[in-house]
Write a protein that binds this ligand. Sequence first.
Ligand code: 5GP
Ligand code: MN
Length: 340
Amino acid sequence: MDKEKITSIKEILKNSSSIVIVAHTNPDGDAIGASLALKRFLANSGFNAQVVVPNKFHNFLDWMPGSDEILIGTNEFKKNETLIYDADLIFCLDFNSISRVDQLSNSLACSKAKKVLIDHHLSPEPFVDFLFSDIKSSSTSELVYDFIVEIGGANSIDEEIANCLFVGIMTDTGSFSFSCNNAKTFLVVAELIKAGLNVERVHKLIFDNNNESRLRLLGFCLSANMVVLHEFSTAYIHLSKEELEMHHFEAGDTENVVNYALSIKGINLAVLLMEKEEYVKISMRSKGDFSVNDLARNHFNGGGHRNAAGGMYDLPLANAIEHLESILPEYHDQIKNSLK
Ligand code: 5GP
Ligand code: MN
């Protein structure tokens, strides 16, 4: 990380009375883990910061220390907008485009604050004053670790910070199954263990914390609503609003569902299409060289990483499915050969 940028941020920190940390909409383990870790680090260094996320996060993250203090954009929207607008310093975590904070985009764009972006998504947009972007990093949480070390805070990484950073690294690498084939990620985890992290405990808290309806929804997706197109090495899962309601859907319940479709032998592209109030939310995963980032950007108004991306499509669900099926022939060879 650039020393000059770090020195400037240290200066700005000292002169900031209102510090805000913002993460992306539908915040995942990395967004929440990185935000809570940074907040706690700043608190340990004598700076008070508020974490604001655009909407509710899933209750499997509720146990995380400090999660009850996270401000949810959709609750008390005006107050949160003002907080962002009037801040002196804003850390933007785990997103590459201002549009990824949905209804908070406007206040973030217009805020007078100095903005720091820490992120690992492709092609970050230039909406900040200080950019720390590394698309090779496992997660934003790993980058927050680097940031803390660079700013001279390695010694203040306590058990709480270690737990939060580990949640981000573990969830963004699918429990160390992708985006982590480098020694450094594991060296960071080793340092987190030294700081008090209990890997087994945190793993259980994240992955053995399902409620019954979430598992039944997963079962339903796989048995009733998964379409496998071997011709295109593709599998997709669709979920209507009614089906989600039937399964008492809560935010985050479908996280990881798309990976089950990708786990089928011979399947290199997996897609989840989920009907929301005003659009269909698309989640994509791929194996090998096939870029779902390109697919999401070109056809579903979205983006992400090469092997994990998302986007949206205007209603209705049937049209989104039709659209997906109609573009597959164009990508036939790329999907088929992605592992070669
Ligand atoms: P997920 O499928 O888990 O929602 O998202 C996978 C990845 O794609 C994440 O890294 C996320 O940041 C990115 N992503 C998801 N939805 C969108 C979207 O609508 N637009 C963009 N640009 N990226 C997205
Ligand atoms: Mn991330």
